[in-house]
Design a protein around this ligand. Structure first.
Ligand code: FCB
Length: 427
């Protein structure tokens, strides 16, 4: 009788143990790559950006008429993801493609994105879906874009359509990509449509409308699926004082607040994780942003607008700050380097992952890393000159060819998945 009880207890104990292990595996680290619709898809799409490009205003006069033919090759490109061994893919849905005219949805486009989501899942790849990545339909631009309150409602309507169709298949949603970048370039620096300069009042209105839309979509997704993970992907830069003078230290604090926390604080109750896009850090002083002479160029990227500091420890610092501020999990929704010769990219990836590992050892919960980008594409500031891709694209044949760093990233993922401890491949 006693042995029976012991056996019974042992069975219960082992079942509990099994569940505990499963639970810890449930939150599988997302190893991924990211793209956005406008940058890869191509096609004559009635969006504000495409209009702008047709007028020859885009960097190097290029257009996304063909881009890298990503719409037609979307299902083919899943093979690249498989080859990389990633378990997730962040991509965006082009609003102007699915709703080319107000309230007229394109069923074929809706089906395309739904089929893509299902195909990714069937291949063991978790889709991370971005609903807005910089571009707006032309009909939205024609009625003052985000400065118009109605745009928030129109965006929510479009988002609901996508969510209704896909919420059973999608857990991770990014409502808006880098509002801190796209709104600043649209209304302060004046080089994204609608090219307004230093229009603070309009800027403020646009910010309010974007956040209002985010909050509504956040709630809507959670009503449908309480397990969903919803956030915004912000651009972060680690602003550091160029000297230890109090005034410079203060400027760095102000810059970090104005660039990041001002934005993230507004939706701190409506984000399930902090989405961090990180590329470089900046040294600042009182005179920022009027002078760039204080940037300390140690190792700089080929980014076309101006050279930038490559600083993996900046990523560690940002994740620590975000963790202390919000106590929420973090996903690195973008991190990448334009490097046509592919000689700095493997180190870039390695060092940023190591920085995340250090942050993790200090108690930060990091649930994913997405390299930008799967393949070369149209870049907002550099056209086709900036080469971020793990895959190089021949713009004539649209053939994708892996750069050595694609294999490096693949091996790195494999090593991590086999062994929780840091064990980076050599190259
Ligand atoms: C980010 C954008 C992304 C890509 C990278 C290089 O700011 O979110 O689309 O262009 O820069």
């Amino acid at each position: 009788m006693k042995t029976k009880w012991i056996m019974f207890a042992a069975v219960i104990f082992s079942l509990c143990l099994k569940n505990a292990v499963l639970a810890s595996n449930e939150q599988e680290f997302l190893w991924g790559v990211a793209t956005s619709a406008h940058q890869i898809e191509g096609g004559d799409i009635p969006s504000d950006w495409y209009e702008f490009e047709k007028q020859g205003k885009a960097p190097d006069g290029s257009t996304t008429e063909k881009a890298v033919d990503g719409y037609n090759l979307a299902f083919e490109d899943i093979k690249l993801l498989k080859e990389l061994g990633v378990n997730s893919y962040r991509f965006s849905i082009e609003w102007a493609r699915v709703e080319p005219e107000n309230n007229k949805f394109d069923e074929a486009a809706l089906k395309h994105y739904h089929d893509l989501i299902v195909a990714l899942k069937n291949n063991g790849i978790t889709p991370v879906v971005t609903l807005h990545h910089f571009t707006n339909p032309k009909w939205i631009a024609d009625k003052s874009s985000w400065t118009n309150k109605e745009t928030a409602n129109e965006f929510v309507e479009y988002a609901r359509k996508i969510i209704d169709q896909n919420n059973n298949d999608v857990t991770y949603w990014i409502t808006v990509n880098e509002p801190n970048v796209f709104l600043s370039y649209s209304y302060i620096f004046g080089n994204f449509p609608p090219y307004k300069k230093k229009d603070i009042l309009v800027y403020k209105k646009a910010i309010e409308n974007v956040f209002e839309a985010h909050r509504q979509i956040y709630r809507y997704i959670h009503e449908k699926n309480n397990k969903a993970q919803v956030s915004i992907a912000y651009n972060f830069s680690d602003f550091k004082p160029k000297t230890y003078r109090l005034i410079d230290v203060l400027s760095a604090r102000i810059c970090n607040y104005a660039y990041s926390w001002y934005w993230t604080d507004q939706v701190k109750n409506e984000m399930d994780f902090v989405g961090i896009n990180y590329y470089f850090s900046r040294y600042v002083g009182l005179d920022y942003p009027f002078s760039s002479q204080y940037y300390k160029y140690t190792d700089v990227s080929e980014w076309n607008q101006w050279p930038q500091n490559i600083q993996p420890e900046g990523l560690e610092h940002i994740t620590l700050m975000a963790h202390n501020r919000y106590k929420k999990p973090i996903i690195i929704t973008e991190n990448g380097l334009p490097d046509k010769d592919d000689d700095k990219r493997p180190d870039f990836i390695k060092n940023h992952i190591e920085a995340l590992n250090t942050a993790k050892s200090k108690g930060v919960e990091i649930n994913g890393y997405f390299y930008w980008s799967l393949m070369d594409n149209f870049e907002w500031w550099g056209g086709y000159k900036d080469k971020y891709g793990l895959y190089e694209v021949d713009y004539n044949t649209m053939k994708r060819r892996p750069r050595p760093s694609a294999f490096y990233y693949r091996d790195l993922i494999m090593n991590y998945q086999k062994n929780e401890n840091l064990s980076l491949p050599t190259y």
